[in-house]
Structure formats: C-alpha cells, structure tokens
Design a protein around this ligand. Structure first.
Ligand code: MLT
Length: 422
C-alpha cells in the first residue's frame, strides 16, 4: 500500500475532482440506476413539463391521500404541546419505542386475536421500508436469500447492496401459472421474504398456503421475513393477518407492520417489527443467539427511535375512535379498489388483486409491455400507474394500479380507461 503524505497544505478549487484512494461499496454499481418510484416520478415530471394542461391522475406509488384521522391528529397536537412544556418535554426516547405504544400493539394487534406477542418483542420504527431494508444487518453474508419475482424492490435492492448480484439471491417466480404465489422449493433456502397481501400483485396467501411456508422454514431451519404492511385491507376472515396465526411461526419468522397505509402515516412515518424471543439462530461457534437481542443491539446503535409525537399519534390508532376511523379509511380505499375492479371487468381486461389488497395487478391489454403501457396510459389518458416489470422480470406485461386516490379521481380514471381506444 502506497502511503501518500502531504508535506504542505495544497489548495483545491471547490468543484475540482481529485482521484480518491478509498474504496466504495461496488455492489451499489450493480443496482438499477435509480429506485423504481424515483424513475417513475422523473418520467411524470418530464411529461407534465411538456404538457402543463394535462390533468394527471396518480394511481402509481402506494401513497395515501386521505388526511390523518381526527383522533390521531388530536393526540399529535397534545403531544406537540407536551413538548413545549418543561415538565412534559421529552428528549431521546427508548430506541425500541415507548412502552405505551408497544403495550397497545401487543394487546390490540396480537393478544386480543389470541396471539401471544409481548411488548418486548415489538420494535417501533419509522417505516417498514427502513426495517425490511435494514434487517440484513443482523444476517450473515453466507445465506441463500429467496425473494419473489415480482417483488417490492426494497428487498432485492438492499440484498444487492449487501451481497452484490450474487447467486445467493434466489428469485422465486410468481406468475399467473401459480396464482402469483411462490412455490415451495425442493432445495434449501436460508432467508425467505414474503409479503402478503402482496405488493405488487395484490394476491393473498390463505392459511394453508402460509402454513406450508412456515412448515418449510421450521424443517429447514430457515428464517421468514414477513411483510404484513397491507394486513388492514384483508376482508376475508380465512386469510391470516399475521404470520403468527400459524403455529410455530414465532420460531421462524420476523413480521413487519406499518401505520402508513391503514392510518395514513406515509408522511408521518411509524411502523413496527416483531422479533419473537423464541427466534434463535446458531452462531459459528455453536451457541444459540437470540435475534431479538441482535435486532435490539442494531437498533440501539443505529436508531434513536421514532419521534415521541409520532408514537403518540400511533397510540391513538388503538383507541376505540381511532380503530373506527382507521376502519373507515380502509373501507374508503377498498371502495376505490372495487370501482377499479368493476371498470376493468367491463373493459374486459384481465386483472388480479384488489379484493383484500389496495393493489390491482392488470395484464397489459394487447400484449403491450409494461413500459409501453405506462407511457401510453400517461400520454393518452393522463393516468399514472406502475409498470409491472419495475418489480421484476416476471412483472413484464403487467401493470399495477392503486386504490389510494379519492373516489372522484378514481371514478374519473376508470371513466377514462373505459373510453380509451388503445
Ligand atoms: C409502493 O407503491 O409499492 C409503496 O408505496 C412502497 C412503499 O410503501 O414504500
């Protein structure tokens, strides 16, 4: 290694580049140039700039449009006031989240549904995107990691960031032929990402299908990373809302939950991750290591907690009024999903999802590829959706619409699609 010493200070102009000697994480160079939703945002911006008169309807990114529920807002106002008074002001909070919120989550989301998850197994975070992206910090680099195709891009991208485009990342094809559900593999996988109700396909796993994955994980001593960010949209009682409804899952699964889509927190940021205490892994030395302990170590080092005012807002979701308000918001969005489903049925297009999920996954008509369909829908109908191929090669030829806009805008989008001669 050549050591370079500067004997005298040298001057360099502000924008002048110099040749660096440190290394970067080269895995980043293997990623697509930008994150899917950033790419789409740029395309829309470009179209809007050249067509300022276009009245664009956004059914693309899964971002909510209804304002925060009144009880959430009130709780946040109160918390803001507390922060302005010496006696009630709060500085750093517990990295795992405040007990008041962890207790409510444990009670309402789990114990009242017969699932024994304690507050100590719950870690409050600032969004499932962060937690599903960061969970790899506590996992070894030698794992075979399985990710569905198509998939929410965060799982794949964050694994490429860690491992590079490696043969350790196994894609589980989910197409029309298997109902967009991954098949149980005949080989060994160490870590499996599952997201149900699914983003992007809007499909769900019933109890038996999820049980097969839990059984596989238990037999293979694998870990399931279960993203349940859309559980509030499940209307069919036969569909599990949590992986812990399946016997044995606490010993093999971490679950991610979010307040973004059910309670409108996409801008506020609050989520939680469940890491059961019975979940252990074997260290290279052969001792049993608690994943709860590892995640706690990770969070207390790299995360300073979700803001107090946001956690108070999330707590209000669990009040009887909050629960009612959230139910109404979800029903509102599901009415949009129904409108889209009805419209597409009339149009004669093939689609999936939208029943227990805010996403509708349609097959691009006339054999169009996903990006052609995206461009034409934008240019000819002024509607934005998400090209299926952006979620993986198996998404080619498909397109995702969300139910998160208003009734009026959704109805207008459906009207435009119905009239569209493509
Ligand atoms: C999506 O559109 O897939 C979601 O908004 C992604 C997310 O929640 O980060």
């Amino acid at each position: 290694v050549q050591v370079v010493r500067f004997n005298q200070s040298f001057s360099i102009s502000f924008h002048q580049q110099i040749e660096y000697m440190f290394e970067i994480n080269e895995n980043y160079l293997q990623l697509n140039e930008s994150y899917l939703f950033s790419t789409i945002a740029k395309r829309i911006e470009k179209f809007s700039a050249s067509h300022p008169e276009a009245d664009i309807i956004r059914l693309g990114i899964g971002d909510v449009t209804l304002p925060l529920p009144p009880s959430v807002l009130q709780a946040m106002h109160n918390a803001v006031d507390e922060m302005g008074v010496k006696e009630t002001f709060r500085g750093y909070g517990p990295e795992q989240g405040y007990a008041f919120l962890r207790e409510k989550i444990s009670e309402v989301d789990f114990r009242q549904r017969g699932i024994d998850i304690s507050p100590g197994e719950i870690f409050v975070g600032d969004g499932s995107k962060s937690d599903t992206g960061n969970i790899g910090d506590i996992l070894g680099e030698g794992n075979v990691v399985a990710i569905t195709n198509p998939v929410y891009p965060v799982y794949l991208d964050t694994n490429i960031m860690r491992l590079g485009k490696s043969s350790q990342i196994v894609l589980l094809p989910c197409g029309e032929e298997n109902g967009f559900l991954p098949e149980i593999p005949s080989h060994h996988l160490d870590v499996i990402y599952l997201c149900y109700p699914n983003n992007p396909t809007g499909t769900v796993m019933n109890r038996e299908q999820l049980k097969q994955w839990v059984d596989y994980a238990l037999e293979n001593r694998s870990l399931i990373l279960f993203d349940a960010a859309y559980e509030a949209f499940i209307r069919d009682n036969e569909i599990p809302r949590s992986i812990y409804e399946i016997e044995g899952a606490a010993a093999c699964a971490i679950e991610f939950r979010s307040f973004s889509k059910n309670a409108g927190f996409t801008g506020l940021r609050c989520s939680y991750t469940v890491v059961p205490k019975v979940l252990t892994a074997r260290s290279a030395e052969g001792s049993n290591i608690s994943l709860n302990g590892l995640w706690n170590r990770r969070q207390s080092t790299k995360f300073n907690g979700t803001p107090y005012i946001v956690q108070k807002a999330a707590e209000a979701v669990y009040s009887p009024e909050g629960q009612q308000e959230v139910r109404e918001m979800v029903s509102y969005y599901m009415r949009n999903a129904e409108m889209i489903r009805e419209g597409l049925t009339e149009k004669g297009w093939t689609f999936f999802g939208g029943k227990d999920s805010p996403y509708i996954w349609l097959k691009c008509p006339g054999g169009m590829d996903s990006w052609t369909f995206f461009d034409r829908l934008l240019q000819e109908c002024h509607i934005v959706g998400t090209p299926g191929v952006g979620f993986g090669s198996k998404g080619e030829g498909y397109f995702r619409l969300t139910a998160f806009n208003s009734h009026e805008r959704t109805a207008e989008a459906v009207r435009r699609i119905k009239q569209w001669e493509y």
